[in-house]
Each structure stands twice: as C-alpha cells, then as structure tokens.
Design a protein around this ligand. Structure first.
Ligand SMILES: [Fe+2]
Ligand SMILES: [Fe+2]
Length: 174
C-alpha cells in the first residue's frame, strides 16, 4: 500500500502533467497565431504526450488502490516573443518536470516503494528524451536565425509529428 505522502505527491504530479499539456496547448495557439501550423502541430502532439503521462500516473494510483484526485490548473503563459522564446520556455519547463520526478524518486526510494520506483524509472528516461528533443529544436532555431525560408522548412518538418504512446511494459500489456 502506498503511503499517504506518496499518493499526495503523485496526485500533484498528475496535476503538473496536465498543466504541462495546458502550457503546450497555449504554445500551439501562439504558433498558430504566427501562421506556423507545423510548430503548432508539434506542441499539440506534445500536449497529448503530457496527457498520456498524466494517465500513466492516474492508472498507477488506481491499480495500487489509491485515490486519484484532479486539481484545478493555473492559466498558462500565452504570449511569447518568438517560437525560439516558446521553445526556451519549454526546455525550462521540462527541467522543472525532471526535478519533480527526481524528488518523487527520492521519496519512493526512502520508503523502499519499489513499484513506484519502477514507474518513475520510465519517467526518468522519458525526461532525458524530452530535454534532448527541446534542446535539439532550440539549436536548429538558433542556426535558422532570421532565415524565414529555413523556418518554414522546419515548420514543414514539425507538421509531420504524430502522437504514438511510447512503448513501456505496462502500456504494451494493455
Ligand atoms: Fe510529462
Ligand atoms: Fe514533458
């Protein structure tokens, strides 16, 4: 049985994953306002991925016979000075998610809660990918600079992104 503290922290993380989706959806809307539908698609897919993360924690609590609670969300930042600015804000956000996942792992480790540790290992690996992905796009955008033809090429590339739930032992079994 999970401790009350861990259940509360995981419920907070569900909120944070849903907030991430909210934030990325706001970034999608910003990109659409800049007539960059490929970038908007990228953020819409990212929002779906964040909802998937929330549902992974949700399903875990449910399976562990703990109570899932859904909290209210703050208003995300809607305005950015450029797409690069939005991607920098995304990377900062992902770094804060990583810190939270590490803090959760510390608690689960203290409590010797191995099932939770196993779930969090998946998230630790996921965060390495998330930070790498945002970093990669930031580098491309920095190289692009004011070259609008190159920006539209990247927009076309990001229009191709689709959501595929990442394979993991517990999703594969479902
Ligand atoms: Fe996430
Ligand atoms: Fe994320």
């Amino acid at each position: 049985m999970l401790s009350e503290k861990l259940v509360q922290k995981i419920n907070n993380q569900i909120k944070y994953e849903l907030y991430s989706a909210h934030l990325y959806y706001a970034m999608a809307a910003y990109c659409d306002s800049q007539d960059l539908p490929g970038f908007a698609n990228f953020f819409k897919v990212q929002a779906e991925e964040e909802r998937f993360h929330a549902s992974k924690f949700y399903d875990f609590l449910n399976r562990m016979d703990a109570r899932v609670l859904i909290y209210g969300l703050e208003e995300p930042k809607n305005d950015y000075s450029s797409v690069l600015d939005a991607f920098k804000a995304s990377l900062d956000h992902e770094k804060s998610v990583t810190k939270r996942i590490y803090a959760l792992t510390d608690i689960a480790t203290e409590e010797k809660e191995h099932a939770t540790i196993s779930l969090l290992k998946w998230f630790i690996d996921e965060q390495v990918e998330e930070e790498d992905m945002f970093n990669g796009i930031i580098k491309k955008l920095q190289r692009i600079g004011n070259d609008s033809a190159a920006l539209y090429m990247l927009d076309d590339e990001l229009a191709q992104r689709t959501f595929t739930p990442p394979a993991s032992p517990d999703t594969a079994a479902q």
